[in-house]
Design a protein around this ligand. Structure first.
Ligand code: PGA
Length: 247
């Protein structure tokens, strides 16, 4: 049985003061949680996460990393630097990076490899746009996104990733995929992981307007192993309600 995992993606939000209140609110409300949980913070706040969260059940991670190991890449952050701040996770291939930074499937795959080589768990995001869904291309789009990553991994490495299905049209819009729509894509992704013997091991998260009032139904689906939460991860009470919805 895979454990449930709930990850907050703070995106470009927060400040030292706001983060301090959010992190203490989260850690104070975790009693009885049945899921693993983590927050993915902007890079400058990873040290703050490390000092606030070390020794608690909440893991932390980053929202992106460089595919390169180090050197002349101004502005970039390497996997080893994230590991230096005891990050457990790093999001790769979020649709906002794909859309605003032109990240290709191949670059996302290289970033996943860089993360794994440094001992981090990449949270690999896949998802279709509204136009792609309406054109009946959801299956083909997410399958190509996952294939690019699996092509660079052996079976053992593939079993160490986390996958997140995030329909682009559901992110930050208040429109959620129905549990049935999400489950259909999750089941397809799960089947695709079989080629690397990783179908049983990999947690597949749903993301896109997951909130306290829809989390339970989504996470009750057989192939939905948790959530990648944007907006609702910025309020301790909402984030905790989603974590506790896995009970
Ligand atoms: P949302 O974002 O929960 O605000 O829709 C999810 C995400 O982008 O990871």
């Amino acid at each position: 049985m895979r454990r449930k995992l709930v990850v907050g993606n703070w995106k470009m939000n927060g400040s030292r003061a706001v983060n301090a209140a959010l992190l203490s609110g989260i850690t104070a409300g975790l009693d009885g949680a049945a899921a693993d949980c983590a927050v993915c913070a902007p890079a400058p706040y990873l040290a703050q996460c490390e000092s606030a969260l070390a020794g608690t059940p909440v893991a932390w991670g980053a929202q992106d990393l460089s595919a390169h190991a180090g050197g002349a890449f101004t502005g970039e952050v390497s996997a080893a630097m994230l590991a230096d701040f005891a990050c457990k996770y790093v999001i790769v291939g979020h649709s906002e990076r794909r859309a605003y930074h032109a990240e290709s499937n191949e670059l996302v795959a290289k970033k996943a490899v860089a993360a794994l080589e440094a001992g981090l768990t990449p949270i690999v995001c896949v998802g279709e746009t509204l136009a792609e869904r309406e054109a009946g291309r959801t299956g083909a789009v997410v399958s190509a996104q996952l294939d690019a990553v699996l092509a660079l991994l052996d079976d053992a490495a593939a079993a160490r990733i986390v996958l997140a299905y995030e329909p682009v049209w559901a992110i930050g819009t208040g429109k959620t995929a129905t549990p049935e729509m999400a489950q259909e894509v999750h089941a397809q992704l799960r089947a695709q992981l079989k080629q690397k013997n990783a179908a049983d091991a990999v947690q597949i998260l749903y993301g896109g307007s997951m909130k306290p009032d829809n989390a339970k139904e989504l996470m009750a689906q057989p192939d939905i192993d948790g959530g990648l939460i944007g907006g609702a991860a910025l309020k301790a009470a909402d984030f905790l309600a989603i974590i506790h919805a896995t009970r």
